[in-house]
Write a protein that binds this ligand. Structure first.
Ligand SMILES: Cc1cc2nc3c(=O)[nH]c(=O)nc-3n(C[C@H](O)[C@H](O)[C@H](O)COP(=O)(O)O)c2cc1C
Length: 216
């Protein structure tokens, strides 16, 4: 376990892509510990609908990586959505954006090489559901997956929240046997030991630029 204060853990759990160690296996028990911690997250009506598909099989990871690459290529063509098409105001912000682009582009090519893929899902699909139901189904999974990522970081493991494969979600469902009509995928993360464990807080907007005190 890394010796991190709670604030260090919360401010240095970055999207790790270029510093994933593709060669070092990840023990199943560490993944179980991370899922156990993730299950402490809140869930609507205390109804725990979250499910984790943990993919270790090399052929399946390669197939998921191929879907991810195809989706990433589509994403690269989406002006105003693709990380590389979003222009920032200051030199420092643009440099950070360029680093994220380079990192994300790398994962676009190498997702399949991560030793483990974790797909966070919920029972129940969001298709055409009322907003409160969508909020419950996604809210049952997203805090849990973030807890998983924090628990992973404490154990020297890196993760990266990704969603682009959801453009072709059904293809990934078929690779790992997820019942597509009943189960919604919400996040795909690589999981691997990190190369080094030192990660820094990122530059972010000041709180008062995003807080709306008392009214919008
Ligand atoms: C909803 C959501 C979707 C994301 N989708 C992707 C993705 O498909 N591929 C990717 O490489 N990163 C993806 N990211 C990661 C972001 O690029 C990353 O969180 C952001 O750049 C901040 O990076 P940092 O935490 O390392 O500072 C996603 C993050 C979120 C929250």
């Amino acid at each position: 376990m890394l010796e991190l204060t709670p604030e260090e853990l919360l401010t240095t759990t970055r999207a790790v892509r270029k510093r994933l160690d593709f060669e070092r296996p990840v023990p199943d028990d560490l993944i179980r510990e991370c899922v156990s911690i993730a299950m402490q997250a809140p869930s609507g009506s205390n109804n725990m609908t979250m499910q984790f598909v943990v993919v270790r099989d090399a052929a399946k990871r390669k197939a998921i990586g191929d879907v991810y690459r195809r989706c990433y290529d589509i994403y690269k063509g989406l002006d105003g959505v693709y990380v590389g098409s979003i222009k920032k105001g200051s030199k420092a912000e643009q440099e950070q954006q360029d680093r994220v682009q380079s990192s994300a582009d790398f994962l676009g090519e190498h997702m399949g090489e991560a030793p483990v893929h974790v797909i966070a899902c919920t029972h129940g699909r969001v298709n055409d559901k009322p907003t409160n139901v969508v909020a419950a189904l996604t809210g049952n999974v997203l805090p849990a997956m973030w807890s998983f990522m924090l628990a992973a970081r404490l154990r020297g493991l890196g993760t990266a929240w990704t969603t682009v494969h959801l453009m072709q979600e059904q293809q990934v469902a078929e690779i790992v046997g997820i019942p597509f009509g009943d189960v919604q995928q919400l996040c795909l993360s690589p999981l691997a030991y990190t190369v080094g464990t030192d990660f820094k807080p990122a530059a972010r907007p000041e709180p008062d630029t995003i807080i709306h005190w008392d009214r919008w």
